[in-house]
Design a protein around this ligand. Structure first.
Ligand SMILES: [Zn+2]
Ligand SMILES: [Zn+2]
Ligand SMILES: [Zn+2]
Length: 443
């Protein structure tokens, strides 16, 4: 199954032609123009057809003359450019086209087709299955808009050699759209809003997107072999390079308009995540939420709060509560400083937040400030980190670049933490520094 991404942008594309934000001007500067989302399957089956799509196809060197099946998700104007049916009618009098869509789409499309045009209409609703050409199509529910434009649907398309989920536009997938054991070869799923999570609309963002991946994995719809690609992108997303590295943590990709994906072919690309990741950052840098996002597509995450011993401090408790609020409900929270035991026994993903507090508590416990030796504990932690079978992410503070601490104990701690960070980093596949909320991969 060959998928050509005729467009990967939202309704207004990315950049929005009328917008002067940094995201839009940056994308324009880099020549990254994304048009309305649509995908062409094997040259014959077109998923969505906004008004820009036919021309975008030509600009990518692709003719739509062989399209036999047009599957439209809903009647929002960026998905249903029904006038294209008239333009086809002017030149194609013989070969039939089957137009599939929910009722509002079919009603709209009928207006653009003459009585003798070779076009068939198939009105569908979520839950139905149909065969178009060589493809079995399951119509799935979208969480998007209402009867006036649909109701919006998603398409699960099985061809002779591969299976694709085309999931735009939608908010969190309805339960009925998580198809048990589907083991898709490819998933094209919308990620409209990037880091803007308070949009209150029927779309996904970088917080809710990995959550859908987790849910799809949980039912076997997404496997380690599934190619995960974002679409319907808008200007609330970070620049492409940063978006790409964020998606990589979930085994997903961002591709340009015109990209071709061959599904069903053996791939050598490893989509495994790094075993050990160290996330460094200053206070309030966004390091914790970034670290949490790395595991947002995973089930059974153990969140290790090394901060339990400060529960008497109300400000600290409020901060811990905010962290807890942000974490998915299915994560297990453990408050402990026994990181060695945890790394030895852990099998599922483990998120340690953070090494700074762990070191503080170790140094307190051994009386480091009065000459006690804590180094053996650090050695044991580094050994356990090197040997662990779990996927681990640890958060730590980058403290060396501020002013030199006034007290001897402050300087002692700074040096001890710097050493610990360097040793953990040296034994990690991935090391990321977060500055002003922006992750910078160091390794
Ligand atoms: Zn849309
Ligand atoms: Zn913009
Ligand atoms: Zn829409």
């Amino acid at each position: 199954m060959r998928i050509t991404l005729l467009g990967t942008g939202g309704a207004d594309g990315w950049p929005n032609p009328f917008c002067s934000c940094a995201s839009c001007l940056g994308a324009l500067e880099r020549g990254e123009i994304r048009g309305q989302s649509a995908a062409l399957v094997d040259g014959v089956l077109l998923l969505d057809c906004g008004p820009e799509v036919p021309r975008n196809a030509l600009r990518q060197g692709i003719s739509l003359r062989d399209v036999r099946h047009l599957l439209i998700t809903h009647a929002h104007p960026d998905h249903a450019g029904a006038a294209a049916l008239m333009w086809r009618g002017w030149v194609e009098r013989e070969r039939p086209l089957c137009v599939v869509g929910p009722p509002a789409v079919i009603a709209e499309c009928r207006q653009w087709v003459g009585p003798d045009d070779p076009v068939d209409f198939r009105e569908v609703r979520a839950g139905e299955q149909l065969r178009v050409g060589e493809y079995d199509v399951r119509v799935l529910a979208a969480a998007h808009a209402d009867e006036s434009v649909g109701p919006a649907v998603l398409y699960d398309v099985t061809g002779p050699d591969a299976r694709l989920l085309y999931a735009t536009d939608t908010a969190a997938l309805p339960e009925s759209s998580l198809v048990d054991g589907a083991a898709y070869d490819g998933v094209l799923m919308e990620e409209t809003f990037g880091d803007h999570s308070s949009h209150d609309s029927d779309h996904l963002d970088l917080t809710t997107w990995p959550e859908q991946v987790r849910r799809l994995r949980a039912v076997g719809a997404v496997t380690d072999r599934t190619r995960l690609v974002v679409t319907h992108l808008g200007h609330r997303n970070p620049p492409t390079a940063e978006l790409a590295s964020r998606l990589q943590a979930w085994g997903a990709e961002v591709l340009p308009d015109g990209a071709v994906i061959d599904l069903g072919e053996p791939t050598t690309a490893s989509r495994g995540r790094p075993r050990r990741t160290l996330v460094l950052g200053g206070a309030r840098s966004g390091k914790s939420s970034y670290a949490e996002s790395l595991l947002a597509d995973s089930d059974d995450v153990t969140y290790v709060a090394t901060s339990g011993h400060r529960s008497d401090d109300p400000e600290w408790s409020a901060r811990v509560a905010a962290h807890r609020e942000r974490r998915p409900a299915h994560w297990e929270t453990v408050e402990t400083t026994d990181l060695v035991g945890l790394l030895r026994s852990g099998t599922g993903p483990v998120l340690i937040d953070c090494l700074t507090l762990w070191l503080t508590s170790v140094m307190d416990r051994v009386g480091a400030w009065d000459g006690g030796d804590w180094r053996g504990e650090v050695d044991a932690l580094v050994d356990a980190w090197r040997a662990t079978d779990a996927v681990v992410v640890a958060v730590t503070n980058e403290v060396g670049s501020g002013v030199v601490p006034a007290s001897a104990s402050g300087r002692l701690f700074r040096d001890a933490l710097g050493t610990l960070n360097a040793r953990i980093a040296a034994n990690s596949e991935s090391v990321v520094e977060v500055v002003a909320g922006i992750p910078r991969p160091l390794r």
